[in-house]
Write a new protein. Structure first.
Length: 438
């Protein structure tokens, strides 16, 4: 049985604005800037690219609504770890938590830290050899900031979210009002044609850009009145991101022709800024992306250690007593934060964290689908929920189909990666068995 957050000692100090900023901040990283060409190439035309962004957003919204009902019944620190344990038992809950704290969370932090370091090196003209060290410094600074009260981390999240929305607003306004190209009916290349598989891959690319919304659930024990605010933060946050992604895409299509986006690849957004605002525009966009990624890292550093902390409080990890340490003054899980960020820093200088994070996509979506199915089990048990999914059972079915689509796509495109990700999760089984034996 989970301890209440009051017994655990966490502060319920996060309001709706802070929670919304966490959802938006952990979703909007660099994907909206650098996925435009990939989505367009797969979809082949601007019309279908816009539809792909819309479909990806609707699948994400269905997923968010499904988790919102589950989360409103289990407003505890830990997110998926808590949900799966309560629905399916300790074993599945442990594996969901293990996968996130040992591999998935640290690799995401490491990959984002490395990418942010690369941007800083280019922006300030530093030697490329300094990238790994700079990545470690970035991770260390954000980790140190999150050792303070969660109010400070939440404030930083709000500031960086506002900061990243400014360049996004500039792209939308300039593109829609002053762009001369037609956002619709453009074709990326004259060779080839649209296919069902290509459109599916376009949707898959957008789903990766939408991912991260579920991390707010890890903070359930620190949100004021989480039964009401958690669903609001998830639904409104995903809704705002969907609208932003659609408008940014339309704005870019209005300024940069589809054929040129195809040739520019991930530099299409930078080219847009140069056209719109001159050479200084490219610099300003880079600053916006740097702020965006910093906020994204901060959101992940705030949320993933909460899973480790919750598991340690239940004595499910080695060194649980130490990992469950809570700073008496700041009320933050200091040791868990330092541990997750230390793993991330080590990954940033030793492995290709970006590739490693790709390997974990299959397993994280596997646990997503298990959670989506869990709503049907909770409904059969006739549990009382402060939030009810609209259009049940259609909404969770859409979420399940979206998750299964990702799983099948990963199996078809990267079987080696799928097997590797399953291996990482399986490493947690002997740890679980040892702890159970004790």
């Amino acid at each position: 049985m989970k301890q209440s957050e009051e017994q655990i000692g966490l502060n319920r100090s996060l309001g709706l604005i802070s929670s919304l900023s966490l959802v938006i901040g952990t979703v909007i990283g660099s994907g909206i800037f650098f996925k435009q060409a990939a989505v367009l190439d797969y979809a082949h035309s601007t019309n279908l690219a816009l539809v792909a962004w819309l479909v990806g957003g609707l699948i994400t919204m269905a997923s968010g609504l499904t988790i919102a009902e589950i989360g409103s019944q289990m407003p505890h620190t830990g997110g998926l770890y808590v949900y799966l344990e309560k629905i399916y038992g300790k074993f599945w809950g442990f594996l969901a938590g293990w996968m996130q704290i040992i591999v998935y969370g640290p690799t995401l932090i490491a990959a984002l830290g490395s990418y942010l370091a690369t941007l800083l090196v280019a922006f300030f003209g530093l030697p490329k050899t300094s990238t790994p060290l700079l990545a470690v410094i970035v991770i260390a600074l954000i980790a140190a900031f999150n050792l303070l009260s969660n109010r400070y981390g939440a404030a930083f999240q709000v500031i960086t979210t506002v900061g990243k929305l400014l360049p996004i607003a500039a792209i939308i306004i300039f593109g829609l009002l002053f762009g001369k190209a037609n956002a619709f009916n453009q074709v990326a290349t004259t060779s080839g044609s649209v296919s069902f598989n290509g459109f599916g891959m376009a949707i898959l690319a957008t789903l990766f850009a939408y991912d991260g919304w579920v991390l707010i659930a890890n903070m359930g024990g620190e949100i004021k009145n989480p039964q009401k605010l958690l669903p609001k933060a998830i639904v409104f946050g995903i809704g705002l991101v969907l609208i932003i992604y659609m408008l940014v895409t339309a704005g870019i299509f209005r300024v940069v022709p589809a054929s040129l986006i195809h040739r520019l690849g991930d530099q299409a957004a930078a080219h847009f800024a140069t056209i719109a605002f001159g050479q200084v525009g490219g610099k300003l966009l880079n600053i916006g992306i740097i702020i965006s990624i910093a906020g994204c890292i901060n959101g992940k550093v705030m949320t993933f250690p909460r899973i480790m902390y919750a598991m340690a409080k239940n004595d499910e990890l080695p060194f649980s007593k130490q990992l469950a340490y809570l700073n008496k003054r700041m009320r933050t899980p200091m040791v868990a934060t330092l541990t997750v960020c230390s793993i991330a820093a080590l990954m940033a200088v030793t492995v290709d964290a970006d590739r490693l994070s790709e390997l974990c996509i299959f397993t994280i979506y596997l646990f997503y689908v298990l959670a989506f199915f869990g709503l049907f089990k909770l409904r059969r048990l006739k549990t009382v929920s402060p939030f009810r999914v609209p259009l049940y059972p259609f909404t969770p079915i859409v979420a399940i189909l979206g998750g299964v689509f990702v799983l099948v796509s990963e199996l078809n495109s990267d079987l080696t990666g799928v097997l590797a990700s399953i291996f990482f999760v399986a490493l947690g089984i002997p740890v679980y068995l040892i702890k159970c034996k004790k």
